[in-house]
Design a protein around this ligand. Sequence first.
Ligand code: MN
Length: 132
Amino acid sequence: MGSNVLYIEDNPDNMTLVKRALESRGYVLLEAFNGLNGVARAEQDEVDLILLDINLPDIDGYEVARRIRSSGKNKLAYVPIIAITANALKGDAEKALAAGCDVYMSKPINIRELWARVEAFVPSPKAGGHAG
Ligand code: MN
């Protein structure tokens, strides 16, 4: 069972927060600090879920999602993508879904929401068998 989570995020504070939160649940966090590196890691590494910031310094998260979904690596057509948006009320969420993301969550990142959303796609390696 895979548990590799790729987080594409340029903010180092958010990266550290999410890394600690997910590693405490037994996931392995793969880091990418810009969009192009994120697409490259998704194609090169074994990735089970992607957390995607929308505001990135090179290509934005929508473009990242489109490139991942149209990749020649078949698994990337359906790997879960959770968009993390700063402006959920201004249409970011709808645009993220249209670009191929499965769900979205808003900043600031709430750790319990993060755990719940990630575990909905990839069970925590520390859950110990059946959930509940
Ligand atoms: Mn950002």
